[in-house]
Write a protein that binds this ligand. Structure first.
Ligand code: ZN
Ligand code: ZN
Length: 60
């Protein structure tokens, strides 16, 4: 497990979590050594935010 990650905060009803993410939170292990940099990173981590996505809100 490495700490090269990006947190996507999304709303429960959202159908496009990456594009509609409320906010992004990245942690690249600031002061860590080079060994912590992951080739496969950044890893996407999706986190649920309270509320609804205004863009994926059903029409009508
Ligand atoms: Zn959405
Ligand atoms: Zn990794």
């Amino acid at each position: 497990m490495c700490n090269f990650t990006i947190n996507y905060y999304y709303h429960q009803n959202c159908m496009n979590r990456e594009k509609h993410a409320v906010k992004l939170d990245s942690s690249e292990g600031g002061m860590s050594t080079s060994t912590s940099v992951c080739r496969e990173g950044p890893h996407k981590i999706f986190k649920l935010e309270p509320g609804e996505c205004p863009e994926c809100r059903p029409n009508i």
